[in-house]
Design a protein around this ligand. Structure first.
Ligand code: ATP
Length: 744
């Protein structure tokens, strides 16, 4: 099975132009004169397979790998190498029949890598190759003069080379990666631990605060429950009490109003009765009036009597007058009266003596005198006396009539007064009764009123108490809700059953106690603290999970490392055994006897990183490690040889070739490039070399850079590289006969 298909160089070192080498046979040879550019081909392999040491490609910097101009050819801007592998048997773990790897280096030192035309990282190339058991500078590319490198290497380096050859690099790579990861994990663990340590006191503090807050919250809840029941009961009680007072008070007030009215009325009655004096005065007045009427009547009666007496007297007088008149014709005149008349007449006649003219007149006068005398002595029926009496009688009659009328009137008046008096008296009696009733009424009203007032007073006291309790209730509500939060206001929806009122007092005490407890246990900024505690503990939990994850991954990394180590050890051990067996076989074959094998060594060394401290320098410095290595023990036939140092150049070459071939036999790489490894061999050994190479080629493709005729004779394809003074390598496929010519 041929894995390597071709390599293409362009601008790489002396290969200015695109040159392609196709490897169609198990053994290919590259021949050409010294300095023609053969080794550049081997280096092109190193380059394209990701070699990072420019030195190992005989350069100082990347630019040295780019064709630098020679002859007529101007220098290239980039060096390009492409290698093509057959992947039909999945040498590489990718699903393509062919795998091409390309590398370009530009003059500015920038490198590009491509796998099957896609740009990739160096790391991808290395991983891909490691899986196919190909390394950049592994045992399968042996540069010129490098054949005895494995002999010159230190035991430690040698061990590493063998490990590489055994394909353990991948495991080592993995192990190193895991160790790196583990180290990083430990760093992370430390970081997380220190972070946790940092926040631990804060968490402790917050936890304490939170516990306090939670305790306060439980007290608050207790207060809320108890407070709500307390407030509910208190309000119920107060409402009931208010309603009770109201219902009890209402009829009392109504009754009092009625009583007030009634009392007013009764009082008015009494007041009216108080006006009885007036009636009494009225009685007195009437009595006086009656008396005066009586007196008037008496007087009138007396007067009437008097008048009646006068009437009687006048009537008697009248009767006697009338009697006298009746007796007048028989009347006798007293002598003296007649003598007087005579005298009067004589006086009259004497007065008229001497005057005859007056005689008549005197006569008339005497006549008058006599007539007047008679008249005066005469009792006249129509005499003025009777008339007078009659007139007086008529007067008296009128008077009597008048008096009788008056008397009648007076009598009537008296009668009416008496009637009035009686009525008044009766009225006074009646009033007395009414006032008596009113007094009684006032008394009953007042006593009822008193009773009602005292009931009202007791209700008023109850009302005062109610108001006092209501104030307390309002204050309690305010205080509790201030302390226990506004949720307390839902107390009205709390349901309660009946209980004795006295229990409410105990409850009140409990509420007070809880209020004090809550106030004492309060932590300010509870919300922020809880929030912070939650955040910080979440962070801590996150960190602890992280720590757990890290520890888990550290654990699994350790297991992985252990497994890798075990695998490395096992594979190394079994690989070493096989190598030793093959090494010994090849060695005895080449030397015609003797014996050779690799031995595992363990040495105490002091190291600072990769730097080894030589023994006896400074034993305080560095880290003591037990270093494992591989020693080569050789035993030449018929020679007493102790150690490699005593071997000749050819012997060294043979030994190293035997070892290299042994290694490749045990773990054959897809191809091997050997750059003039056969240079130091004599003819006999060249033949043996050719035989072994042929044997190897059954399992690994061989590309042999050589000047050796024998070696060339084993190759299926021979490439000749020439330079012919132009400084530019030229490539040509040639036949064996030409090859011998070209190689010269
Ligand atoms: P020998 O048989 O002596 O080992 P060789 O055939 O292996 O020789 P190389 O060593 O491969 O020859 O080729 C070296 C040649 O490549 C030298 O002539 C050198 O000048 C040339 N060379 C090296 N680097 C460059 C470069 N960057 N540009 C041009 N030529 C270069």
């Amino acid at each position: 099975m041929l894995h390597l298909k071709s390599i293409e160089l362009s601008g790489f070192k002396s290969f200015a132009k695109k040159s392609v080498l196709e490897f169609t046979t198990p053994v290919s040879a590259i021949v050409g004169p010294n300095g023609s550019g053969k080794s550049n081909v081997a280096e092109a392999f190193r380059f394209v397979l990701g070699e990072q040491s420019i030195k190992s490609m005989r350069g100082k910097k990347g630019e040295d790998l780019i064709f630098n101009g020679a002859g007529g050819e101007s220098r290239a801007n980039r060096a390009f190498v492409k290698v093509v592998f057959d992947n039909s048997n999945r040498l590489f773990s990718v699903d393509f029949p062919e795998v091409t790897i390309e590398r370009v280096v530009h003059r500015d030192g920038v490198n590009e890598y491509l796998i099957n035309g896609s740009q990739v990282r160096l790391r991808d190339v290395l991983e891909l190759l490691a899986r196919a058991h190909i390394g950049a500078s592994g045992h399968h590319i042996i540069s010129q003069g490098e054949a005895d490198k494995i002999l010159n290497a230190s035991t430690r380096e040698r061990k590493s080379m063998i490990e590489d050859a055994l394909g353990l690099k991948l495991y080592q790579y993995k192990r190193a990666e895991s160790e790196k990861k583990l180290e990083k994990t430990f760093e992370n663990i430390q970081q997380v631990e220190s972070l946790r340590k940092e926040i631990a006191p804060h968490i402790r503090f917050l936890k304490k605060q939170t516990e306090k807050i939670e305790k306060a919250e439980s007290v608050r809840l207790e207060l809320e429950t108890l407070g709500q029941e307390y407030l509910r009961r208190e309000e119920d009680y107060l409402n009931k009490e208010r309603d009770l007072i109201h219902t009890e008070k209402k009829p009392i007030l109504a009754r009092l109003k009625v009583l007030d009215e009634e009392l007013g009325n009764a009082r008015k009655i009494l007041e009216n009765f108080g006006k009885k004096n007036k009636k009494d005065f009225e009685v007195l007045d009437i009595e006086a009036e009656i008396a005066s009427a009586r007196a008037e009547k008496d007087r009138l009666m007396r007067e009437l009597g008097k008048v009646e007496g006068s009437v009687e007297a006048q009537e008697r007088m009248l009767r006697s007058e009338k009697d006298r008149i009746t007796n007048a014709e028989e009347k006798t005149v007293r002598l003296r009266d007649v003598e007087e008349l005579q005298s009067d007449i004589e006086d009259e006649i004497k007065s008229a003596e001497g005057d005859s003219n007056n005689l008549i007149k005197v006569l008339y006068r005497v006549l008058d005198k006599i007539s007047s005398f008679i008249k005066s002595k005469k009792v006249d029926t129509n005499s003025p006396g009777v008339k007078e009496v009659e007139r007086a009688l008529s007067e008296l009659g009128k008077e009597k009539e008048k008096l009788e009328k008056e008397l009648k009137r007076s009598d009537e008046r008296e009668k009416s007064l008496r009637e009035k008096y009686e009525n008044l008296k009766k009225e006074i009696e009646k009033d007395k009764d009414t006032s008596h009733d009113a007094e009684k009424k006032v008394f009953t009203i007042m006593s009822e009123e008193n009773e009602l007032r005292s009931r009202e007073e007791s209700l008023r006291i109850r009302e005062e108490q109610y108001k006092h309790l209501f104030e307390n209730f309002k204050r309690d509500l305010e205080e509790i809700s201030k302390i226990a939060g506004p949720s307390i206001l839902g107390f009205r929806s709390v349901s309660v059953t009946h209980e004795d009122r006295s229990k409410q007092e105990d409850r009140r005490h409990d509420v007070e106690r809880l209020k004090i407890r809550l106030e004492e246990s309060g932590v300010s900024g509870a919300g922020d603290i809880m929030k912070e505690f939650k955040e910080v503990s979440e962070r801590d939990e996150f960190l602890s999970r992280e720590l757990l994850d890290l520890e888990k991954s550290a654990e699994s990394l350790k297991t992985l490392i252990k497994e890798l180590e075990e695998r490395l050890n096992e594979e190394f051990k079994s690989g070493l055994e096989k190598i030793n067996k093959e090494f010994n076989t090849l060695f005895t074959m080449m030397f015609g006897g003797g014996e050779a094998h690799l031995t595992l060594t363990k040495e105490k060394k002091r190291r600072i990183g990769d730097l080894e401290i030589e023994e006896g320098i400074d034993q305080e410095v560095g880290e003591e490690v037990i270093e494992e290595g591989l020693d080569i023990a050789v035993n030449l036939p018929r020679k007493k040889i102790r150690g490699l140092a005593m071997l000749s150049g050819g012997e060294r070459a043979l030994t190293s070739i035997a070892l290299l071939f042994a290694i490749t036999e045990v773990n054959p790489p897809p191809f091997i490039i050997l750059d003039e490894t056969d240079a130091a061999l004599d003819e006999a050994n060249s033949k043996k070399y050719g035989d072994i190479a042929e044997r190897l080629s059954k399992r690994s493709q061989l590309i042999l850079i050589t000047h050796n005729r024998e070696t060339m004779s084993r190759a299926g394809v021979i490439y000749g590289v020439t330079m012919s003074g132009t400084g530019v390598s030229k490539l040509l496929s040639i036949a064996f006969d030409q090859a011998v010519e070209v190689a010269k």
